[in-house]
Design a protein around this ligand. Structure first.
Ligand SMILES: Nc1nc2c(ncn2[C@@H]2O[C@H](COP(=O)(O)OP(=O)(O)OP(=O)(O)O)[C@@H](O)[C@H]2O)c(=O)[nH]1
Ligand SMILES: [Mg+2]
Length: 298
C-alpha cells in the first residue's frame, strides 16, 4: 500500500481546514470566515483499505495560516506551519481569489522554492472565481515553475477534491500504516471539544475579541447517557469579558447552545456544557500562557 504525510499550508482564511474536512468527509478542524482560526497542527488520517492496489493511508497535516506575526502566539503559529514543510512527503499550497502579490505571498514562495518536497498548488473557492480570474492565477503560479501540478477546487462544495486525492496518491511511495484503520485523527476528543467552543466564540464575536480567546477544558466526566463538560473561555482584556457574556448573558448562552449541539453530534451522547469566562491579560505575548493553552511543539 501507499502511505505518506501531506502538509496543507497557505495564508490565513484560504480554506485549508475546509479542505481537510472535505477530504475526510468529517469535521475535525474548525473553520470560520475569520483569518487565523487554526492555531496548531491538526492531523487528519485518510485510509482506504479494500485489498487492492488503490489501498493507501494519507496523513494530512492542516496548519495555521502563515502571516506576519503581531504577537508570540502568531510567531508560534507561523513557525508551526513553516516547520511542517520539512516533515512531509507532499506539500499542498492553498491559495484563493484574494491572492495578492504582497510581501506575505512572496515570503512563503521563497521558502517553498528552497524546500525540495514535491508541491501541488491548489486554487480554492473556484465556486466564486470567474474563469478569467482563475486563468490569471493559474498562469501566474504556473510560470514560477515551483509546482508539479495545479488544481482548481471548491473545498466547500467538494468539487475536484477526489481528483486532487488521486494526484496526491500518485505522489507518495509504498509505506506502512501509520495509524489504525478507523482512526480519523489522533487528537483526543477533549481537544476537538475545546476547538468547537472556540469556533462558536469566533462565529459569535467580532473584531479583536475572538482572536484573544483560548478555551480550556476544566472537567470532562463521561457518564452512561451524558457527558458533563466544564470549560473556561479566557480572554486577554478586561473589557472583553463583558462582551463575551453579553447582555443578560445572552451571548454566552448562544455560544454554549451551539457548541453543545455540535459536541453532542461528535460524542453521540447528551452533553451538559458549563462555560465560564475569565481574563488572562495579554496571554498572547506570554510564552508560559501560550504553552499552557497547548500551543506548543508536540
Ligand atoms: N465559497 C467558498 N468558500 C470557502 C471554500 N473553502 C473555504 N471557504 C470559506 O473560507 C473561510 C475560511 O475557511 P477555513 O477552512 O477556516 O480557512 P483556513 O485556511 O483553514 O484559515 P486559517 O485556519 O485561519 O488559516 C470559511 O468561511 C470557509 O467556509 C470554497 O471552496 N468556497
Ligand atoms: Mg484553518
Amino acid at each position: 500500500m501507499k502511505s505518506g504525510f501531506i502538509g496543507i499550508i497557505g495564508r490565513p482564511n484560504v480554506g485549508k481546514s475546509t479542505l481537510l474536512n472535505a477530504i475526510l468527509g468529517e469535521k475535525i478542524a474548525i473553520t470560520t470566515d475569520k483569518p487565523q482560526t487554526t492555531r496548531n497542527i491538526i492531523r487528519g488520517i485518510y485510509t482506504r483499505l479494500k485489498g487492492d492496489e488503490d489501498d493507501c493511508q494519507l496523513v494530512f497535516i492542516d496548519t495555521p495560516g502563515i502571516h506576519k506575526p503581531r504577537n508570540k502566539l502568531g510567531s508560534y503559529m507561523t513557525d508551526t506551519a513553516i516547520n511542517t514543510l520539512r516533515e512531509v512527503d507532499v506539500i499542498l499550497f492553498i491559495v484563493d481569489e484574494a491572492l495578492g502579490d504582497g510581501p506575505g505571498d512572496s515570503y512563503i514562495l521563497e521558502i517553498l522554492k528552497q524546500v525540495k518536497t514535491p508541491k501541488v498548488l491548489v486554487i480554492n473557492k473556484i465556486d466564486k472565481l470567474p474563469p478569467e480570474r482563475f486563468r490569471v492565477i493559474y498562469e501566474e503560479y504556473d510560470n514560477m515553475g515551483v509546482f508539479e501540478k495545479i488544481f482548481g477546487i471548491s473545498a466547500l462544495q467538494g468539487k475536484n477534491v477526489p481528483a486532487l486525492l488521486e494526484q496526491i496518491k500518485s505522489m507518495v511511495d509504498d509505506g506502512p500504516m501509520f495509524f489504525p484503520e478507523d482512526m480519523v485523527t489522533d487528537h483526543p476528543e477533549r481537544f476537538i471539544v475545546s476547538e468547537i467552543i472556540r469556533e462558536k466564540v469566533l462565529l459569535y464575536l467580532e473584531d479583536e475579541v475572538p482572536h484573544g480567546v483560548a478555551v480550556e477544558i476544566e472537567s470532562y466526566i463521561e457518564e452512561e447517557k451524558i457527558t458533563r463538560i466544564g470549560a473556561v473561555i479566557y480572554c486577554d482584556k478586561k473589557s472583553h469579558k463583558g462582551i463575551i457574556i453579553g447582555k443578560e448573558g445572552k451571548k454566552l448562552k448562544g455560544i454554549g447552545k451551539s457548541a453543545r449541539l455540535e459536541i453532542e453530534g461528535l460524542l453521540g451522547t447528551k452533553v451538559f456544557l458549563e462555560l465560564w469566562v475569565k481574563i488572562k491579560e495579554n496571554w498572547r505575548d506570554n510564552g508560559f500562557a501560550i504553552s499552557g493553552f497547548g500551543y506548543n511543539k508536540d
